[in-house]
Design a protein around this ligand. Structure first.
Ligand code: ATP
Length: 269
């Protein structure tokens, strides 16, 4: 039986151009995943890393990065949310973890993405873990990670907003031993890059000045915030188009273009 929490493995469709900014992070992930794929001989020299941990605030592009590396390296992608594997029945959570790794090995070469890893692997030995359920889950996860090596073709990428809550043994060599911080874009230049990456899939009125849009945004905008802004602008554009169509001044055949006014109304929200 297939676990509901694991999506059917397929190669995703997120490209590097869909991710704005984060240049250094992209390079680090590529080095970790692509290099050993392209140069398998390096594995015998000790380049044998199976896990990368992306940490940082929500909405900064961790999931997007994991999908992009799978796309760019033509690897199938399995996504698992930590809390979905936890089950109240004795032994079921460990079984769920075993099943994820079993599916990963059958889908290899692949990337397994564990979102909200902290909920799956909190520090062991904490009080409040009745019957040591979580301790057994962590042990199972460690055993599965240790059984992998790069030659199996299963790359594990974890994501968390709270690396401090993780059981530290997860970070030992051969497990999630590469930690990469994915932060909020604080400078206008990288916010502009994120906006441009998101808007690749939208059509813009040539009068839109994205630099101006970015300058009017609050100082700290995550990628998710910028995506929400673009969606609001799109909603404004669609409403505008509907009223023009109703007035007989536009037709459904022409594309919806985002105008400077659409961004203004999105920024006022
Ligand atoms: P969480 O911790 O909440 O899971 P996350 O860091 O995994 O967050 P994502 O799910 O990757 O964040 O990002 C949410 C959405 O925000 C993405 O689907 C995308 O639309 C947008 N986004 C985030 N970062 C970027 C970026 N650097 N470039 C383009 N879009 C981005």
């Amino acid at each position: 039986a297939q676990s509901k929490s694991v999506g059917a493995p397929k190669i995703p469709n997120v490209h590097w151009e869909d991710i704005g900014g984060l240049q250094l992070v992209k390079k680090e992930i590529l080095d970790t995943v692509q290099l050993p794929l392209q140069h398998p001989e390096l594995l015998s020299l000790g380049l044998n890393r199976t896990g990368v941990l992306l940490y940082g605030p929500p909405g900064t592009g961790k999931t997007l990065l994991a999908k992009a590396v799978a796309t760019e390296c033509s690897l199938t992608f399995l996504s698992v949310k930590g809390p979905e594997l936890i089950n109240m029945y004795v032994g079921q959570s460990e079984e769920n973890i075993r099943e994820v790794f079993h599916r990963a090995r059958s889908a290899a070469p692949c990337v397994v993405f564990f979102d909200e890893l902290d909920s799956l692997a909190p520090r062991r030995g904490r009080s409040g873990d009745s019957g040591g359920v979580m301790d057994r889950v962590v042990s199972q996860l460690l055993a599965e990670l240790d059984a992998l090596n790069s030659s199996v073709g299963v790359f594990v990428i974890g994501a968390t907003n709270r690396p401090d809550l993780l059981d530290q043994s997860l970070l030992r060599p051969g497990r999630f031993d590469k930690l990469i911080y994915v932060g909020i874009n604080e400078d206008r230049a990288s916010q502009l890059q994120v906006l441009q990456a998101i808007l690749r899939k939208f059509r813009l009125d040539p009068a839109v000045n994205l630099q101006e849009v970015v300058d009017r945004c609050p100082a700290q905008m995550t990628g998710a915030d910028l995506y929400a802004l673009c969606s609001d602008a799109m909603t404004a554009a669609i409403k505008r188009k509907i009223s023009l169509i109703e007035a007989g001044l536009d037709s459904e055949e022409s594309p919806v273009l985002l105008s400077p006014d659409d961004f203004s109304s999105a920024l006022e929200n």
